[in-house]
Design a protein around this ligand. Structure first.
Ligand code: KG4
Ligand code: ZN
Length: 360
């Protein structure tokens, strides 16, 4: 199935799985009519990560305005949409429930069908959004590399909504590794964009960092790389002190030194991007997939985008930057394909949050 099965359907998408409150209207799974994202990143920055209670409270405050704004920007009312798609999981339980309950209320009040969407499936479908002129839609079979703050997965898709999980991270997700290493380097949350900015002008070969290839499996591991960064930073700090001063240091976090942050960030970013790009390419080759989709927050990373596109013979689909991180247009896009197959919730109230829902 490469052509959209229904001529026209308009889906309202709602997303509150983590720290973005988002709503969007998408037509035919591809054409974004409106896309509103209220980010809480600044509120969480002082905690160095997402604070779940703060997130759910903020979703409650903003969800109504965000959904109204998405409809207003589309010049539509709820009557004009065919169905409502909402993120059902995975994600923070308290955050998921806010979007779900709001969507249930809309569905019950309007009589529109409600569709529960897996957030990871949503990320994958961001590759279908807003195509450039004459850009063909992703063709099956394809391998999806899904790299976000919570997940690093390699998934084989043989058709719409058909997923075979090939592998995933054994420890930290790629985005999580970016966030933790950013903290180590004294950079702000979220760490991915901060590392990318810091890496500009840095030498990606400045530090020899390990790559966990995990040959024979499609899994990933980033904990060794993270530990190597920790040791590298500690060594640099040690070198800035006399041996006598270094000998009495108990907590290296308390030692302030001028670190070569650009080189450290560039070397780390290169190590992550190389492993992700190479394994995605090999997985596609070995599974007879002609195309690759890269999605999730880390797909915004310029080094990864370059590397994965450079050596792949087939087409590589990477969403526009605004669709890489969490948004509701991707939820509406996935919702469109489910809607066309009649996969809607039997009763709106039956849809419960699934905080640990795997894809596939
Ligand atoms: O998909 P997403 O918005 O939320 C989750 O579903 O987790 O991904 C957020 C993650 C964060 O860890 C963030 O640091 C990372 O994506 N990220 C990036 C970049 N932009 C966001 N990582 C590397 N380079 C970027 N430019
Ligand atoms: Zn996400």
């Amino acid at each position: 199935m490469t052509e959209s099965p229904l001529a026209s359907a308009r889906i309202l998408g709602i997303e509150t799985s983590c720290d973005e409150t988002a709503a969007a209207v998408v037509e035919d799974g591809r054409r974004v009519v409106s896309n509103v994202v209220a980010s809480q990143a600044e509120m969480h920055a002082k905690y160095g990560g997402v604070f779940p209670e703060v997130a759910s409270r903020q979703h409650i405050r903003t969800i109504h305005t965000v959904v109204e704004e998405a409809l207003a920007q589309a010049h539509l009312s709820l009557d004009d949409v065919d169905a409502i798609a909402v993120t059902q999981g995975p994600g923070l339980p308290g955050s998921l429930v806010v979007g779900l309950n709001f969507a249930k209320g809309l569905a019950l009040g309007s009589g529109k069908p409600l569709i529960g969407i897996n957030h990871l499936e949503g990320h994958i479908y961001s590759a279908w959004l807003d195509p450039q002129a004459d850009e063909p839609e992703p063709a099956f079979p394809l391998v999806a590399l899904l790299v976000s703050g919570g997940h690093s997965e390699l998934i084989l898709m043989t058709g719409h909504l058909t997923y075979e999980r090939l592998g995933g991270t054994l420890d930290d997700a790629a985005g999580e590794a970016f966030d933790k290493v950013a903290r180590l380097l004294g950079l702000a949350y979220p760490g991915g964009p901060a590392i990318q900015a810091a890496a500009e002008g840095g030498n990606p070969a400045a530090f020899a960092l390990p790559r966990a290839w995990l040959e024979g499996s499609w899994d990933f591991s980033f904990s060794g790389l993270k530990t190597a960064m920790l040791h590298q930073v500690r060594d640099l700090k040690r070198q800035s002190l006399t041996p006598e001063a270094a000998a009495v240091i108990k907590d290296w976090n308390t030692v302030e030194t001028r670190l070569p942050v650009a080189d450290l960030a560039a070397s780390f970013q290169q190590a992550v991007a190389e492993v992700l790009a190479t394994k995605a390419r090999l997985a596609a080759q070995q599974h007879g997939a002609r195309e690759i989709v890269v999605a999730g927050g880390v797909s915004a990373n310029a080094a990864l985008r370059t590397l994965v596109t450079k050596d792949t013979p087939g087409r590589v689909h990477i969403p526009a930057l605004k669709y890489c991180t969490d948004n509701a247009a991707m939820i509406a896009a996935a919702g469109y394909y489910r809607y066309t197959l009649g996969q809607v919730a039997e009763g709106a109230l039956a849809l419960d949050a699934r905080p640990n829902w795997p894809v596939g």
